[in-house]
Every structure is written in C-alpha cells, then in structure tokens.
Design a protein around this ligand. Sequence first.
Ligand code: ATP
Ligand code: MG
Length: 342
Amino acid sequence: MIELKDISVDFDGFKAVDKVSLKIEKADAFGIVGFSGAGKSTLVRCINLLQKPTEGEVIVNGEDFLKLSDKELRKRRKKIGMIFQHFNLLNNLTVIDNVIFPIRKDQKSKKEKLEKAQKLLELVGIGDKANSYPRELSGGQKQRCAIARALASDPEILLCDEATSALDPKTTKQILALLQEIKDKIGLTIVIITHQMEVVKDLCNKVAVMQDGKVVEEGTTLEIFSNPKNKLTKDFVETSTNVNQTIEEVKNNISALGPDESLVKLSYVGESTTEPVINEIYEKFSIKTNVLAGNIEFITGTPVGNLIVTFKGDKEKIDQAVEYLISGGTNVTFLGDSNGIL
Ligand SMILES: Nc1ncnc2c1ncn2[C@@H]1O[C@H](COP(=O)(O)OP(=O)(O)OP(=O)(O)O)[C@@H](O)[C@H]1O
Ligand SMILES: [Mg+2]
C-alpha cells in the first residue's frame, strides 16, 4: 500500500529523516514511535507529500507520487486522511460543516453531502453534535469530529499524528477502539505516530522505532514487545510493561536470600507453559518456586509474560531446572543469590 524507499529530508543541511525505507501493507495499523525530534512527523508527511523528500521514492498503491502532476497529486491526496494532536478543526464552522469541508467542492448535491456527513458523525458516535461548534465539544468529541472529517473523502489511508496525545487515558482508549472499528469496517490502512506504547499495544500490528531521523528497529508488535533488540526500543517497551521497575522494587524489598535460593526472571511468549512447568520442576528437581511479582499481557492476542520468582533447592538442581525451562522456551535471567543481588 505504501512504500517509502531511502527517504531523506534535509532542512538546510540538517537531516530530519535519514535514508528511511518502510513498507506498509494494506489494512496494517503501523505504529511509528520515537522521542520528540526523531523525524516521525516529517517522515509521515512524506507519504502524502505535504513534505517533499530531498531524496528517495514514495510509492502509494503502486504509483510513484513524485512523478505525478500537481492535479493528479491533489486527487490522490484526498484518499489519504490525516488527524492531529490538536484536532485542527475550523472553529467558525459547525461540526457537520467541518466534516463537509473537504468534500465541499465535490460534484454532489448539498443534500447528499449533508447525509454523508451525518452518517459519518453517527459512525464516530457524535451524531447529536452536528450543529454544535467545536468549542462546545470535549477533546474526545473534537477528535471524533476530526476523524469523521478525515473519512469524508473515503480515504484508503489514515495518517494519525499523535492523535491521542492530548486526551486522557480513558478517552484515548475510546478513540483507539473507534479507529479499530473503522479499520475493520472499511479496511483502512492506518499509520500512527505516537510516543505512547499503550497506543501501539492496543491498535498496531507493526511498529517502527525512530531515532535521529533513522528507523532503528522494526517488526511486528509482538516481536517488538517480546524481544526488543535496540536500547531505545527496550526503553519504550519498559515504559509500558514496567518490568525493570518491578524488578527494582522486588530487589529493594527482598530480604537476603538463603544459600539454597536464587532470584530469577522468567519471560515467555505464547501460551503459558510456565505454570505447569513450575509444578514439574518441583516434581523433577525438588525446586520450590515462589512467585514474587508477575505481569502477563496480551499483545495482538498473544500472551507475553514476565515473572519474578525465587527458586529454592539444591544449587545443582536449580541449574538443571533452569536448563529444563530454557529448553521449553522460557527465557531465564539470573538476578541474584545468597552471594548478592545483581
Ligand atoms: N520545516 C522545518 N524546517 C526546519 N527543521 C524542521 C522542519 N520541520 C521539522 N524540522 C526539524 O526536524 C526534526 C524532526 O522533526 P519532526 O517534527 O519530524 O519530529 P517528530 O519526531 O515528529 O517530533 P515530535 O514528537 O516532537 O512531534 C526536528 O529537529 C525539527 O526541528
Ligand atoms: Mg511530530
């Protein structure tokens, strides 16, 4: 659906985007994360050429956008909707007129346009606000209006630049659920810029992490959450899972470990085999497991678990049990024993 090839954007010698290549498939919800200034907005604006890349190719639906005439480009752009953090509604127009705005010049009767806009307002759940003004809406309602407006020209792609950053967590969830619903209903391809890993977890099936104009890591949401490789990716994942923070809390609160105890972290992806395995290592190796903290979450339907446990038993038997766990696909990280905590 979207292919960016070796895109660079140069602002007076400063590379805001540096040789980025990305492929986004139809019906993907593709997340782009990174700190402020990483180049996320600049990159995404290249998709509809609001930002012209200094180098590289932008292929959308098989068409090389940089080779289109201005007129053709304007037409293609209508099929790419966009929503923003601050909604960008026209304050002097009613809600319904905001939705009609992008299609005001279309070859349709006023009545048809009104009907379409009203339908869209109902789709986004603010059908009763048609004649209100943006200032009379809450943040969540404003974003719903902005989504309806973005859908007015029947886009195939929706670009969302920090669309939930100005909203509280509950409203964020509602807007994400709405985007998911629309995506399922009309098969939209969505590109989402965010600094909230919660947004990625809730909505995206793929994610790219940007730093200093480059994509430093890319993968399915499950891959990124269960096995982040880059330091920055790990930091982002950590902000949403808090595993390291939990480990620190356990370490700070645990009394000294006995000579026959080890503190470990068990991580796994997929159907939890850890619980029966804990029973097995008791039966096979006489190792007693004490779960101190645990977190299991579902990433695109797959459980990803992290448990902080102590193993108690014969040192050699603990080693055998760890080997047994690893062979069963559980990741085991040693965190300490009676000699000290790492
Ligand atoms: N029109 C411009 N002229 C000059 N520099 C720009 C321009 N637009 C962006 N930049 C610079 O390019 C870099 C990337 O900006 P961009 O807005 O793409 O970052 P971002 O990842 O979207 O950040 P944020 O999370 O804060 O929105 C920044 O250093 C910014 O100052
Ligand atoms: Mg930005």
